[in-house]
Design a protein around this ligand. Structure first.
Ligand SMILES: Cc1cc2nc3c(=O)[nH]c(=O)nc-3n(C[C@H](O)[C@H](O)[C@H](O)COP(=O)(O)O)c2cc1C
Length: 189
């Protein structure tokens, strides 16, 4: 297991202090589509992969983003915390873990952590309608539906912007080999 990187410790402190903001777990995740255009959408952060500090989210196997990430794994997250007035911007790569993937464990873990309402919403809104229709409500708690896909975002560069100070505080970390190296930054907007 890689030592807990400083950016993650910093992000966790901010998340912990932001418990009164119900949107604190919402972040913006960008992908690149087949025409090379950026595509961005709001996602719910579901936790970290404890083995390598990857950022976990979930989606439907039929979603456009899964096809985009399967073709081009480059991704960026922008995450703003209202109370803290801090932004985390993370650049990296996404791996989509779906039924054909090899990590049922992570899919099971995330599925079991969802509320009954969130599970029902996933089933009802799945774009793979046939599967969703065949999926019985009574099995929500036990079986991970095949369309349930874990998005695992692996950052390689993290930049934190703190708006509380003047000039604004900035910190950045770059993954170099297996080590996170703190970068020197000049003040900017
Ligand atoms: C507050 C909020 C939270 C959302 N959370 C998720 C999520 O966790 N997973 C997801 O697939 N879509 C989520 N969505 C919907 C996405 O923003 C997006 O509309 C949808 O996934 C389709 O995106 P795509 O066509 O790029 O695949 C959320 C939307 C909002 C407004």
């Amino acid at each position: 297991m890689i030592e807990v990187p400083e950016w993650r410790l910093s992000l966790e402190v901010t998340l912990k202090n932001e418990t009164n903001t119900h949107t604190a777990t919402y972040c913006q995740l960008a992908s690149v589509d087949s025409g090379g255009h950026p595509r961005v959408r709001t996602m719910v952060w579901r936790g970290f992969d404890e083995s390598d500090h990857g950022i976990l989210m979930c989606t439907d196997a039929g979603s456009a983003k899964r096809f985009e990430f399967n073709q081009d794994s480059r991704a960026e997250i922008a995450w703003y915390f209202v109370d803290a007035r801090q932004q985390f911007r993370l650049s990296g790569f996404v791996e989509c873990l779906s039924i054909n993937g090899d990590d049922l464990n992570l899919r099971e873990q995330l599925w079991s952590k969802l509320s009954a309402g969130a599970k029902k919403s996933f089933v009802d809104n799945s774009m793979l309608k046939k599967t969703a229709k065949d999926f019985k409500f009574e099995t929500y708690g036990d079986v991970v539906p095949e369309f349930f896909t874990v998005i695992k975002f692996q950052p390689v560069f993290v930049k934190k912007l703190d708006l509380r100070s003047e000039p604004h505080g900035q910190q950045a970390w770059q993954l170099t080999g297996l080590d996170w190296v703190k970068k020197r930054l000049v003040p900017s907007l």
